[in-house]
Design a protein around this ligand. Structure first.
Ligand SMILES: Cc1cc2nc3c(=O)[nH]c(=O)nc-3n(C[C@H](O)[C@H](O)[C@H](O)COP(=O)(O)OP(=O)(O)OC[C@H]3O[C@@H](n4cnc5c(N)ncnc54)[C@H](O)[C@@H]3O)c2cc1C
Length: 367
């Protein structure tokens, strides 16, 4: 039996922040777009806190597509004119441009309790308060509360009970909590604020729920504007004839899918999500097709780490280059798969999404 065939204008391998941003833009411009992703994205394990370069006109364009749709999902994000500061789970400040009332923790707050939940590793309140005092001179009170049943539809008393604990037992006005709800909206935190009369905010935590919520929001918007999401599908090979690619093979366990496209976007991320791999000699393209090189990253002493963080696909006018040096006119790499685009080097969600947004003309040109 021959494998199923998906026929689209634009095929995007990789459904993290970069792939979903570009996919949504292209689908809302009327193109047929499919996005395949094989496993968890770095986007879903990040803190989900986005810092934009506000001088970039693409911020407003990005917001016009995503922000109203986020808000209609009760996620209440606001785009700030200037970045504000969030507190991380270890008590350090983190700048962000997209915020909502549940995670805007400004440095003016002085009457703060940091509340850990016993058994929840996302926020160590003692450690966070130590760091707050050491680095920012802020005296916050560390507190621990017993685990509570996680919020579910079957447990609709949860919010009221937790709000009572915060109101009756904690004197501080601002309360920092670890993320406690996997609900992609921030409705639970808003309810907690309203019921307790306190400013209840969520610490910025990597490897936890906020990144996952951001990922789910991006996926939701992409589907709403017509993107076809192919989850748990790994791009395993690409057919290239001369200077053009026209077919990709996806695999999911025993099953195979063929994708035919006019333009292929590679948004498979870096080492964190499998878009790049390492062998004995360094960082490579796991498809063994494209050329990988590195940038001159400064401030990292270990050459192995520097190489790992700064390596990525090489491009010529936005197009991928094969190991043999051939520029493939309709294969466009974006996001953290590109060389030099890594969070420790100062390029995170904001850069990745804006650059993906701006690559739309290159993709249109390749169609
Ligand atoms: C722990 C952690 C914390 C971070 N915190 C922050 C933060 O606070 N703020 C910030 O701005 N940035 C942060 N970052 C960086 C940020 O997450 C990345 O810059 C961003 O998510 C990269 O997006 P992307 O779309 O390029 O890649 P990803 O989000 O990694 O998406 C790539 C996708 O491609 C898929 N894929 C890979 N290979 C294939 C294949 N062969 N076929 C199909 N799909 C494939 C992957 O499964 C994944 O779904 C953090 C990163 C990490 C790891």
């Amino acid at each position: 039996m021959s494998p199923p065939v998906v026929d689209v204008d634009i095929f995007i391998a990789g459904g993290g922040a970069a792939g979903l941003t570009l996919a949504s833009r292209m689908a809302s411009n009327g193109y047929r777009v499919a996005v395949a992703s094989s496993s968890i994205a770095a986007t879903a394990i990040s803190t989900g806190r986005v810092l934009f370069n506000h001088d970039d006109p693409a911020v407003a364009e990005w917001a016009s597509l995503f922000l109203t749709r986020f808000r209609s999902r009760e996620s209440n994000y606001d785009l700030l004119e200037r970045p504000t500061v969030a507190m991380t789970n270890i008590g350090t400040p983190l700048k962000q441009s997209l915020t909502n009332s549940s995670f805007d923790w400004t440095l003016e707050d002085r009457d703060v309790a940091v509340v850990g939940v016993i058994g929840n590793n996302d926020l160590d309140s003692d450690l966070a308060c130590l760091e707050l005092r050491r680095s920012l001179g802020i005296c916050a009170r560390p507190l621990w509360i017993s685990p509570f049943p996680y919020p579910t539809a079957a447990n609709n008393h949860f919010v009221g009970e937790l709000a009572d604990i915060l109101k009756d037992n904690i004197s501080e006005n601002t309360i920092v909590l670890p993320p406690i709800s996997s609900d992609p909206t921030y409705a639970l935190l808003t309810k907690l604020q309203n019921l307790s009369g306190k400013r209840v905010v969520e610490a910025a935590t990597p490897l936890s729920l906020p990144g996952l919520r951001f990922q789910l929001l991006l996926e939701d918007v992409a589907e709403e504007v017509g993107v076809r999401l192919l989850k748990d599908r790994r791009l395993i090979s690409i057919k290239i004839h001369g200077k053009e690619a026209n077919e990709a093979v996806l695999s999911s366990g025993m099953r195979t899918i063929i994708v035919k496209f006019s333009a292929l976007v590679l948004a498979t991320g870096n080492l964190a999500s499998g878009g790049l791999a390492v062998n004995g000699r360094g960082v490579i393209d796991p498809l063994n097709i494209f050329r990988v090189s590195s940038t001159q990253a400064s401030g990292i002493h270990s050459s192995t780490l520097r190489n790992a963080l700064s390596s990525g696909l090489d491009t010529c006018k936005g197009r991928a280059i094969t190991k043999q040096g051939v520029v493939i006119r309709n294969v466009i790499p974006i996001g953290s798969l590109l060389k030099g685009v890594s969070y420790p080097l100062g390029y995170g969600l904001g850069e990745v999404m804006l650059e993906a947004w701006k690559s739309a003309p290159i993709v249109e040109d390749a169609l």
